[in-house]
Design a protein. Structure first.
Length: 131
C-alpha cells in the first residue's frame, strides 16, 4: 500500500506562499523603464518576491531562488550589475559567498519601504520583554 503524498512530489512554484500586500510596483516599473533589461526585470521580480516573503528589503540571492525563477547564475549576476548601475539595489559581495542584496527606493539613497503590512508582521514577530 502506498501513500499518494509519498509517491507524488509537488514542485515548488515561484508564487507559492506569496502575499501581494508588500510588493512595490513602482520599484518594478522603474526596472521596466530601463532599455534592454529583460534579465534585470526578471531578476527584479525574483528580488521583490524574496523581499515580500522575508518582509525586509535585504535578501540573499541564493541559487535556489534563481532556479525557482528559471534564471541562470550568469543571467542573475548580469541583472545584479544592471540594477546596481541604476542605483535600484546595493550588493555586498564576498568571494565564495552568495550576494546580499538590498532593494533601494527608486531615485533615493535609502532601503525600500515595503509598506504597512510588512511593518505590522515584523512587529508581531518581535519578542516582547516583560520585567
Amino acid at each position: 500500500m502506498s501513500c499518494r503524498a509519498c509517491t507524488t512530489r509537488e514542485r515548488p512554484t515561484a508564487t507559492a506562499g506569496l502575499t501581494l500586500d508588500p510588493v512595490r510596483t513602482d520599484w518594478l516599473a522603474a526596472i521596466a523603464g530601463l532599455s534592454g533589461t529583460s534579465k534585470a526585470l526578471h531578476l527584479g521580480t525574483a528580488l521583490v518576491w524574496l523581499a515580500a516573503r522575508q518582509r525586509q528589503p535585504g535578501v540573499r540571492l541564493t541559487r535556489r531562488a534563481l532556479a525557482t525563477w528559471n534564471l541562470s547564475r550568469d543571467a542573475g549576476y548580469d541583472g545584479l550589475r544592471r540594477l546596481e548601475a541604476e542605483h535600484l539595489i546595493r550588493v555586498w559581495r564576498l568571494p565564495g559567498r552568495i550576494p546580499w542584496v538590498i532593494l533601494m527606493e527608486p531615485g533615493q539613497d535609502r532601503p525600500l519601504d515595503l509598506g504597512e503590512p510588512a511593518r505590522q508582521a515584523a512587529e508581531a514577530s518581535e519578542p516582547t520583554h516583560s520585567n
